[in-house]
Design a protein around this ligand. Sequence first.
Ligand SMILES: NC(=O)c1ccc[n+]([C@@H]2O[C@H](COP(=O)([O-])OP(=O)(O)OC[C@H]3O[C@@H](n4cnc5c(N)ncnc54)[C@H](O)[C@@H]3O)[C@@H](O)[C@H]2O)c1
Length: 366
Amino acid sequence: MKIGVAREIKPQEGRVALLPRHVRILVNKGHQVFVEKDAGLLSSADDAEYVEAGAVICDTPEDLYGNARLIVKVKEILEPEFGYLRPDHIVFTNIHAALDKKQLDVLLASKCFAISAENTHEFGSPNCALAGEVGAFEAVRMTLAPNGGTGRHFMSHFGEASAKAVVMGLGNVGRGALRTLVPLGVEVVALDIWEGARKSVMMEYHGSKVTVADISQLKDYVYDADMIINCVLWPKERNDHLISRKMLGKLKKNACIVDISCDTGGAVETSRATSWEDPVYTVDGIRHFCVDNIPGSVPVTASAGYGEALLPKIIEIAEKGAVQAVKENKWLARGLTCVDGELILQEAGIYQKRDYTPVEEWLARQ
Ligand SMILES: NC(=O)c1ccc[n+]([C@@H]2O[C@H](COP(=O)([O-])OP(=O)(O)OC[C@H]3O[C@@H](n4cnc5c(N)ncnc54)[C@H](O)[C@@H]3O)[C@@H](O)[C@H]2O)c1
């Protein structure tokens, strides 16, 4: 199959879907791989390495989309790319369709076959841990006084306790946050709704400055925190919040919220996604950091994990064709977003109140 690795155009997004070592594997299997010029530059992979791996470099996105049938990417299809989509394209990238009506309209209108990569990972998205680790690092930075923070050191000295963090949600992202905070010396309250997640953190961090509790105890801890880190997987259709706007006025002066989940009006009522170009905004005196592509800040590492996770699925799509691959691989089927103008992804249908065909129904028709 003709596979195209597009260059990311989202601001400050340095990741690339496949590194040269992944491309080499596809080429050795007889596929033709096109890579957009400079696609891997910020991931420490230059065009010469892609050529050496057997890829053809395309100077422009027009060339890339024109030559390739299967388009692999990291982030959403953005406005400048809308016009390149064709009905015979298979698009495999993180689409986040539910929250992006404009992009979904374009994908549907193009009649392409689109798979949301973020829904296809059996063991969690490869870069979630990195998001938690880097997000917590940003929270610690925001706690420094010159950055507008509470000015409490992350380590305890001279009888002063170390800075306190509340981490909401203890999945892949929340556990990543703990991996940064605990070794630094931050006192952490780790909260989750699920006993399994709480138990596992309790076991792992026995003897550390980590208090594990049910999320229902949030209000016992949140008003004393220097940093609040949200890592909850929030159902998009929920209208309530864990941290409401009313609660902001009661938080510690100069505390910050790092909302890694960054669902608009989700677990944190006042959250909206931001970018690395302009990552922080303030509501009622509380700084919010809500960057929606945190792993994009460590592209060298993140691209390695992303490519490794995507490669087996790309091979499956390339060798069986998109329909058969989705029929045979339930994880790919979970990401099926639209085909030939028909919406399949349930969460996008529910969230945007659009008609959709449940994936099981679509599969039964094939
Ligand atoms: N900003 C970024 O760059 C970035 C990168 C990766 C992931 N994310 C987002 O981070 C979020 C978390 O991802 P993950 O992989 O850790 O998910 P996960 O499913 O591994 O973990 C989510 C955790 O939230 C808990 N949870 C669910 N409802 C809860 C509630 N009401 N109260 C407390 N805990 C609750 C679950 O029990 C689970 O332990 C997702 O929304 C994901 O999209 C953001």
